[in-house]
Design a protein around this ligand. Structure first.
Ligand code: ADP
Ligand code: ZN
Length: 353
């Protein structure tokens, strides 16, 4: 594996614990962090099959790949295996994989024997730029996404972009949905940079890719450091996710694709709720298409609304919704269900033309 071009390390102090960020060669850095007999690696079948040398000499738990496995049943299987492997209070659990694996690892580590230390080695763009950061780890229960979970920080996050060399195209797009989210929320310059490039460019320019990932990690960390428990500012990170999660559940879409559609819907809501210029949505559509993400889907607005209403972030008859004022500036607004319903109807209508 190649070394991160600018090998670097820093640590951040969250209320629930200190996190060490390491950008380096994964094999070498892992050897430096921990002894092989004091940790257990948790990964999925795809990652295990792609990187056998990485796992050599480590006790490794392999779970089935995919969001459908972010369930209670997987937790039970992993917990039973941990007992079998005689994992104890001082065993370090390390999740090596995409968002599903880091969520499962964080959840199990936070609860196994009332909590053991854990670390993450994200291997997808989505994991590196977003999912592995911030200490949220949840599992799904039926249609309810991330309804069971904890907020607990990993001891370390180890980044090695060499893992991305095997990432399927669709997973690159999924990751870019979150990258574009960060640009929309916080960073107009990043938005402009993304407009000038595409996936092919980042795949072949490691240094730019590393910078991009580090920038998203910075934005997420900055937000989470200010509000780890999501009382206020952290809610901003849900941009595109309120309608997005409902669409993801209902139409069984990959997370990134659903977030792309959710961001378009959030733009329509923003036009109605705070006068966002409609040119922003048209520009965002072009950017999403540039990263092979969908911008329309024939949704049933009523069904989407039903799922959205049972969302855990709801209040009585309103919902905390993230609206854009312009690219790089967002805010949390308590909105009536009506305004969201209207946006869903207009999205469905636009998708049928
Ligand atoms: P996320 O998109 O949240 O990171 P997953 O954990 O489901 O979600 O990962 C997406 C898919 O990518 C899974 O099928 C997983 O096995 C696969 N995957 C993870 N890392 C790699 C990699 N480095 N190369 C190829 N496939 C990978
Ligand atoms: Zn997301």
């Amino acid at each position: 594996m190649t070394l991160f071009i600018q090998s670097m390390q820093y640590s951040l102090s969250f209320p629930s614990g200190e996190v060490n960020y390491i950008f380096s060669n994964a094999t070498e850095a892992l050897t430096a962090i921990t002894a092989k007999d004091s940790c257990i690696l948790i990964t999925d079948a795809n990652v295990a099959a792609l990187y056998p040398p990485f796992f050599e000499g480590y006790k490794t738990l392999i779970v089935s790949a995919g969001e459908a496995n972010k369930t209670w049943e997987s937790i039970k299987i992993v917990a039973e295996k941990l007992l079998e492997y005689e994992a104890h209070r001082n065993t370090l659990l390390i999740g090596v994989g995409g968002g599903v694996i880091t969520d499962l690892t964080g959840f199990i580590a936070s609860t196994y024997m009332r909590g053991v230390a854990f670390g993450y080695i994200p291997t997808t763009l989505l994991g590196m730029a977003d999912a592995a950061i911030g200490g949220k780890n949840g599992i799904n229960l039926g249609l309810h996404k991330n309804i069971l979970g904890t907020i607990q920080q990993p001891k370390f996050l180890l980044y090695d972009v060499a893992f991305l060399s095997t990432l399927p195209d669709e997973e690159w797009s999924n990751g870019f949905a979150e990258v574009i989210k960060y640009a929309c929320l916080f960073d107009e310059a990043l938005y402009q940079e993304l407009s000038q490039h595409n996936i092919h460019f980042y795949k072949h320019n490691d240094q730019d890719l590393e910078r991009l990932i580090a920038k998203c990690a910075d934005w997420k960390n900055k937000t989470v450091l200010a509000d780890e428990k999501e009382q206020n500012g952290r809610k901003l990170l849900n941009f595109g996710h309120t309608a997005g999660h409902a669409i993801e559940t209902l139409y069984n879409l990959p997370h990134g694709q659903a977030v792309a559609l959710g961001m378009i819907i959030a733009c329509t809501v923003s036009e109605k709720a705070c006068g966002l210029n409609s040119a922003v949505k048209e520009n965002l559509k072009a950017l999403l298409l540039q990263y092979n993400l969908p911008v329309q889907l024939l949704i049933n607005p009523g069904r989407v609304m039903e799922i959205l209403i049972m969302d855990k972030k709801r209040n009585q008859d309103s919902i905390d919704f993230i609206v854009l004022n312009k690219v790089g500036e967002a805010e949390i607004k308590s909105l009536s269900f009506d305004i969201i319903q209207q946006a869903l109807v207009s999205f469905a209508h636009a998708s049928s033309n």
